[in-house]
Design a protein around this ligand. Structure first.
Ligand SMILES: [Zn+2]
Length: 260
């Protein structure tokens, strides 16, 4: 059975170590922003590296890739992007990537950056899972760097169409901070209040709040709830605008979070 190990790194990053079969000592690393924590994790789990998966060009996601690729003589997969010269094997939307016994479907997810992709797996004995980089976070979403609000909105809509049971493996521990903003938008959302209590407890135990199901995100993440009248009204009130479309609600919400 599949095993997924979090590797906490820097202040709040997670590199995800994906072991497709618990009986085989082989793993893939997603978004290694540094090599050292990956060596340590491989050693402690007694694994060797079979490949490196990149979601986008930011340094905290790629800076360990070249060294690890050389050390283990393994491919570095990722989007065709001039900003990621380390990549040896390009992946585009709809590609299937074989990871031992697993298949990962590539989904392009522009918005946070233009070159962003995600890796979606649907193993037989594990919940479907998305390695979505900096697109959808726990109770929040990525900032806009070189992508547009419309791209990010469409990418989140695309994630929202995955099965509700999909576990979202994002690349940062931002959940509690995002929940504070989400409660500013929806103070009466009881699912959100429950989620805050659960997340606080996990952080007190120094456990990751990640992953969570897409279903929970739909109940608590304002960036997936822009179609709801209460969110629209609150965003209109805070941005002093009226008659916003769903995309405009999303765009204002992203701006409000930047300023929060
Ligand atoms: Zn990023």
């Amino acid at each position: 059975m599949l095993q997924i190990h979090p590797i906490p790194a820097f202040n709040d990053n997670y590199f995800w170590l994906l072991q497709p079969d618990a009986l085989q000592p082989v793993a893939y690393i997603i978004d290694p922003g540094a090599a050292e924590p990956v060596y340590t994790a491989l050693k402690s789990h007694q694994l060797t590296l079979a490949g490196i998966l990149i979601t986008h060009h930011h340094h905290d996601h790629i800076d360990g890739a070249a060294e690890l690729g050389q050390a283990f003589k393994v491919p570095i997969y990722g989007p065709p992007s001039a900003k990621i010269p380390q990549i040896t094997d390009y992946l585009v939307d709809g590609d299937d990537l074989t990871l031992g016994p697993l298949n990962a479907r590539i989904i392009t997810l522009p918005g946070h950056t233009r070159d962003h992709i995600g890796y979606f797996i649907q193993p037989s004995q594990h919940q479907p899972s998305l390695f979505g980089g900096d697109t959808l976070f726990g109770a929040g979403c990525g900032r806009l760097f070189d992508g547009t609000a419309e791209q990010l909105f469409q990418s989140l809509q695309r994630i929202a169409r995955l099965p509700d049971a999909t576990l979202i493996y994002c690349a940062h521990e931002y959940t509690l901070d995002n929940i504070r903003f989400a409660l500013h938008i929806e103070p009466d959302n009881t699912n959100l209040l429950t989620r805050q209590a659960v997340a606080l407890h996990k952080r007190q135990l120094q456990l990751p709040t990640i992953p969570n199901s897409l279903d929970l995100e739909k109940q608590t993440n304002p960036f997936l709830r822009c179609h709801l009248p209460n969110i629209r009204q609150r965003v209109e009130q805070l941005s002093q605008q009226t008659l916003l479309t769903e995309l405009q609600v999303f765009t204002q919400l992203r701006r409000l979070k930047d300023e929060f």
